[in-house]
Structures are given as C-alpha cells and as structure tokens.
Design a protein around this ligand. Structure first.
Ligand SMILES: C[S@@+](CC[C@H](N)C(=O)[O-])C[C@H]1O[C@@H](n2cnc3c(N)ncnc32)[C@H](O)[C@@H]1O
Length: 346
C-alpha cells in the first residue's frame, strides 16, 4: 500500500542525498587542507579557519559534519583533533584515499558527473561535453588535473597491488610489459615479489614522470626499462606477458581491439596478455551484490569520463576480435569484482 511504502522510500532518498553530501564534506575538507591544519595537534575552529583561509562560522559547521563522519573528534568546547581516519587524509600516507578524494572531488570531475543527464540523453561522453576534448587529450592543456588523475591512479594501485601480486602466477613470465602502467606502482610490487623477472613500464611521458622514484623505492629500478609512447600506435616488443590493468575500461571496443592486437603481435612466442579489470556480471551470472554495485557505478563514472566496464563475455569478445583466446579467469583475493583475465594467441 502506498502509505506503507512511503517511509522506506523517503529513508532511501535521504541516505542517497546524504551520501552525495557526505562525499562533498569529505572532499571539501581535503581540498581546504583541514587535515594538515590540524595535524597531530588539538586546534580551535579559529586556528583552523586562519590556517585554511576560511570563514570561521561556516568552518565550524563543516567540522561538526566531519565529526559526524569520524574524521575529526571534539576534545572539549571548540577543540578539534584528527581521528585515525582523519590522519589517513594527511599528505604522504601510503595507501590512503586522499588522492582519490582530490581527483573525484575536483570541480572538473564533479562538473562532469553533473553532466550525466546530457550523456544519457545524447550518448556523448560528459567530459567531452564539458571540456570540448577527450579525457586523455585534455591533460596536455591542464597539467594540474593530469597530476590529480595520476596521483589517484597511484593511490588505487597502492591499495590493489598486494592483491594483484597474489592474484596471478607471475613467475611464469621472465619479462613483463606493463602497458599503460602508470607510475609503476603495480609493476614494482610484482617485480619485488619475483626477483628474477624483468619489466618494461610503458605509458605516456607525463604518466612516467614520477616512476623512477617509485621503482627505486621498491628496489627494482635496475630491472625495469621505461618506455614512453602511445599504445594506440604500438607497444614495446618481445615481452612474455603484456599486462593491462585498469586500462581497457577507459577505451571503446575498436581502440581495445587495436591495443590487444598490438600486444599479441609484439609478444614473444608463447606470450600472454593479462588483463586486470573490474567485471560487470553477464546476463545470467550471479555475482556478489557489492561487486555488482561497484561495477555498475564504476561503469557510470566511465560513461561520464571515458570508456566502459565490461563483463567476462565482453572481454572474451575483444580478445577474439584481436586473435586471442581467453584461457583463464581468476577473481582477485578479497575483491570479488576484480578479476585477472589471461589470454593467449589463438
Ligand atoms: C586507469 S590508469 C591505470 C594505470 C595503471 N595500469 C594502474 O592500474 O594503476 C590508465 C593509464 O593508461 C595510460 N594511458 C592513457 N592513454 C594512453 C596512451 N595512448 N598510450 C599509453 N598509455 C596511455 C594513462 O596515462 C594511465 O596511466
């Protein structure tokens, strides 16, 4: 009966609205530098407002909301300290969500998500509608945004790397080419666990600019060759394994088939292509509901920024079109939406 349904629907709407605003509160705190303004001390609202150049009464209300999200805690009247979760948002904490929050909370990303309606109406990518250029093409004109994106990707990779290391038998390959490998966080973790393997890190020049430090910190720099280029043109030759982690979902089918074909052609005899990706469920597939939720929401963000998520059969079709055969699919440990898909020459 309608009147019985209403309270549930209102509650659901309330939590939806608040989840959007909760993220905004979180992102605003990071963008304003509130974690750094508090640091390890106990600060008053006036001190935090002075350090962040903000309006004190408005900031007090934000601090109250941050306390509700357990990022700060009250230590008495107008005395604020970071909680353990709040300290995770200080700069330079490995594996923290800070850089992801900065990218997803960036006004341009936010404006792009705001154009979802236009994308659903027209089928055109929201990011292109908003900026006039394709996602990666925009980076040449906006280095701050490019850096934010790469930092967010590094944060994601730092979280996933241990699972990726344990999610596949990497020691089958003597040489791993990480195509679109970003700053090398994933390749560094794989090579650190496999001391005889060598790697090639292939990406754009701007993505590789911090890679030497990442590889040196992991103690693998002497086993990695850095190669800059455009994977839509070619990929480095002669690897035993071509890794594409979180890469294909940013491209349309034609580009993906082209990149996969290039990898297959460049691989040493008997080589393989390994895709690490979040999977949408196939029509009849039963997938963990949380994993499905992650994949469908991720697909919406890709529809706005660039690309799309695919199901297992979607990837199988791409491999087949590129002359490869999908030979193995393994879920990553502890993360049921992420899978390792292994393909070999047909
Ligand atoms: C989502 S990130 C994934 C990075 C890394 N594989 C990871 O999992 O953290 C996609 C990567 O593709 C790279 N990329 C985008 N277009 C490229 C192109 N045309 N040629 C080479 N790399 C490209 C980006 O610079 C970025 O590092």
């Amino acid at each position: 009966m309608p009147h019985e349904d209403s309270p549930g629907a209102a509650e659901e709407f309330g939590s939806l609205l608040f989840s959007v605003l909760s993220f905004r509160v979180y992102a605003t705190a990071v963008r304003l530098g509130i974690p750094e303004a508090i640091g390890e001390e106990v600060r008053t609202g006036a001190e935090i407002a002075a350090a962040t150049g903000t309006d004190e009464p408005a900031l007090q209300r934000l601090l109250r909301a941050l306390a509700g999200q357990r990022l700060v805690e009250s230590r008495g009247e107008d005395a604020w300290a970071l909680t353990g979760s709040g300290r995770q948002l200080l700069p330079g904490v490995p594996g923290s969500a800070r850089d992801m929050v900065l990218f997803y909370g960036d006004p341009l990303t936010w404006q792009t998500f705001g154009a979802l309606e236009a994308t659903v109406r027209t089928g055109r990518t929201a990011f292109t509608e908003v900026t006039g250029s394709a996602f990666f093409d925009h980076f040449a004109a906006d280095d701050v945004y490019a850096r934010r994106y790469h930092a967010a990707m590094r944060a994601g990779s730092q979280m996933l790397a241990p699972l990726v290391v344990h999610g596949y038998t990497w020691d089958k390959a003597a040489t791993i080419v990480d195509v679109g490998g970003g700053d090398g966080t994933t390749l560094a973790a794989v090579l650190a666990a496999h001391p005889t393997a060598r790697g090639t890190l292939f990406d754009t020049a701007e993505a590789l600019r911090d890679s030497t430090g990442v590889l040196e910190a992991a103690g693998v720099a002497d086993r990695v060759e850095l190669v800059t280029g455009d994977f839509r043109t070619s990929v480095p030759e002669g690897g035993d394994l071509y890794l594409l982690k979180n890469v294909l979902h940013e491209w349309d089918d034609e580009d993906c088939v082209h990149v996969l074909r290039s990898c297959a052609a460049a691989a040493a005899p008997g080589g393989s292509v390994v895709v690490v990706a979040s999977l949408l469920p196939d029509a009849e597939e039963r997938m963990d509901p949380a994993a499905t939720m992650y994949a469908v929401v991720s697909d919406i963000q890709l529809m706005c920024l660039s690309g799309k998520e695919r199901s297992r059969s979607g990837y199988r079709e791409l491999f087949e079109r590129a002359g490869l055969t999908l030979s193995e699919v393994r879920p990553l440990p502890f993360l049921p939406n992420y899978h390792v898909l292994v393909a070999t020459a047909a």
